[in-house]
Design a protein around this ligand. Structure first.
Ligand SMILES: *Cc1c(COP(=O)(O)O)cnc(C)c1O
Length: 463
């Protein structure tokens, strides 16, 4: 399998190179040359596989000759052995037609572990195979950083530096990052906002000689390996429902911000997984829901919400969907993105908008509605939702149709976002690994939000 850019200006490259490239060199996103098509016979074969076995099968369709099957199996085994649940991503049945797909059983209690445990091992594997140095640089508003650090801590050949806004991430998120004592981890707490962190990272990556000299790699959600790792649980969940005797058509409700998680579902469907509908749930930062419902993709003004990991103005994976919406036409995609840069908006209408609305149903969940869903699910099912998952649940309640089984993707453990839970005075239990964080020493370096300051730290760390 070869990979190409959504903007068409990158010569075809293999899987390994695509993983290392992250963002395509022409500014686009990397996509597989074609989407593998699965027939009923293959789905049947996959039905009874364990999660790691299934992950290896899915990846084998995308890795071409780059990674032998046995190595893929080992990678998947190692990546999912760190999960606390034997099913890795178990499905919980709440009632007749409502299910929750729990994606938070990894080391940091958020769904990003599913992809980043795998990506961490993959980077380590590539580093050993190709004898190359991998220095990961990223910015986080909380979850990605913790998850990325867990994915590579202590691994040979890899160092990681994560920028987070000083005292502007949740306490648990801060502790998850800064109590890691491995020598290959550097936490920079930037005196500023998440946007400052992101701007610095972007500018450092744009400094090509610096990037090359220090072997900088990205971990953000535009990496194709992350998307592929996330398609696996759609298949796995579907098989679990069928095994639990559910015969109705299956829909997924996905709380999304960067369009990563739901794009993985779209890809699974395009590969042939019989998905009835994909319900896209946003919080009040609802650029994606407005796009699906009105055809206009245009950032709104920033709103504070209870689900900060979905507080996104511009969705970094959206370009991949545009590319497929326009029949894999890279020239058209590049034009749209040019226009977006120039005018700050993209508008589709007519047949294209119909297609969008066949691909997704979307709902934007208000702050109170989010808390209401937490209360309602607790009262009705004695099940505690985190505020991100609650957006998915509220959207499913609004849009799920009679006769379909709706699976809500649960993207975080409620203990990770206790503030919302406290608002409704609901009982919370902190799992032991989270509780234990409060007693550990922290390691972080507080820096001013300037490129020079961050660069200085990087140079001494990556030397
Ligand atoms: C990152 C994140 C999301 C959003 O995922 P996308 O890939 O941006 O759609 C939702 N919930 C939680 C808890 C997250 O950490």
């Amino acid at each position: 399998m070869k990979y190409m850019s959504t903007r068409g200006q990158v010569p075809p490259i293999g899987f390994t190179e695509a993983v290392l490239m992250g963002l395509a060199d022409d500014g686009g996103l990397l996509v597989p040359e074609h989407i593998p098509q699965l027939d009923g016979a293959i789905l049947k074969q996959w039905q009874n596989l364990s999660y790691p076995e299934l992950a290896a099968e899915v990846f084998s369709l995308f890795t071409g000759d780059d990674i032998p099957r046995e190595d893929l199996k080992q990678l998947a085994e190692n990546s999912y052995a760190t999960f606390r649940h034997e099913d890795v991503t178990p499905v919980r049945k709440l009632d007749d037609r409502r299910y929750v797909l729990e994606l938070f059983h990894g080391p940091t209690f958020a769904f990003k572990d599913v992809a980043l445990q795998f990506l961490g091992n993959l980077y380590s594997y590539i580093s050993q195979k190709t004898n190359s140095i991998i220095h990961i640089l990223g910015a986080t508003s909380g979850d990605t950083g913790a998850s990325a650090i867990e994915g590579v801590r202590g691994k040979a050949g890899i160092r990681i530096c994560i920028l987070h806004p000083h005292q502007r991430v949740s306490k648990v998120q801060e502790l998850q990052m800064t109590t890691v004592d491995d020598e290959n981890v550097l936490n920079l707490a930037v005196k500023g906002t998440f946007d400052d962190c992101q701007r610095i990272i972007k500018e450092l990556f744009a400094d090509v000689p610096f990037k090359q000299q220090y072997h900088l790699r990205a971990i953000n959600s535009i990496n194709i390996a992350r998307v592929l790792a996330q398609t696996v649980y759609y298949f796995y969940a579907y098989f679990q429902l069928r095994k639990q005797g559910e015969e109705a058509p299956v829909s997924f409700s996905v709380p999304t911000g960067n369009f990563g998680d739901i794009f993985a579902g779209y890809l699974a469907k395009r590969m042939g997984l019989p998905v009835q509908r994909l319900i896209l749930a946003t919080n009040e930062n609802n650029i994606l829901a407005r796009f699906v419902n009105e055809g206009v993709y245009e950032p709104g003004s920033f709103r504070e919400t209870y689900s900060p990991s979905m507080d996104i103005q511009v969705a970094s994976n959206f370009e991949r969907y545009l590319f497929y919406l326009y029949g894999e036409d890279s020239r058209q995609t590049a034009e749209w993105m040019e226009q977006f840069k120039r005018e700050g908006r993209i508008a589709v209408a007519g047949e294209k908008l119909d297609q969008v609305q066949r691909d997704f149903a979307a709902y934007s969940v208000g702050n109170e509605e989010c808390l209401d869903a937490i209360s309602a699910y607790h009262a009705q099912y004695a099940y505690l939702l985190d505020p991100h998952t609650a957006c998915g649940a509220a959207a499913a309640d609004k849009l799920a149709q009679d006769g379909e089984a709706a699976v809500v993707l649960s993207t975080a453990h409620p203990a990770k976002f206790n503030e919302a839970i406290e608002r409704r005075g609901l009982p919370q239990t902190f799992p032991d690994p989270i509780q234990a964080l409060f007693d550990k020493p922290q390691r972080q370096t507080v820096v001013d939000s300037t490129n020079e300051e961050v660069k200085k730290q990087l140079v001494s760390f990556f030397q």
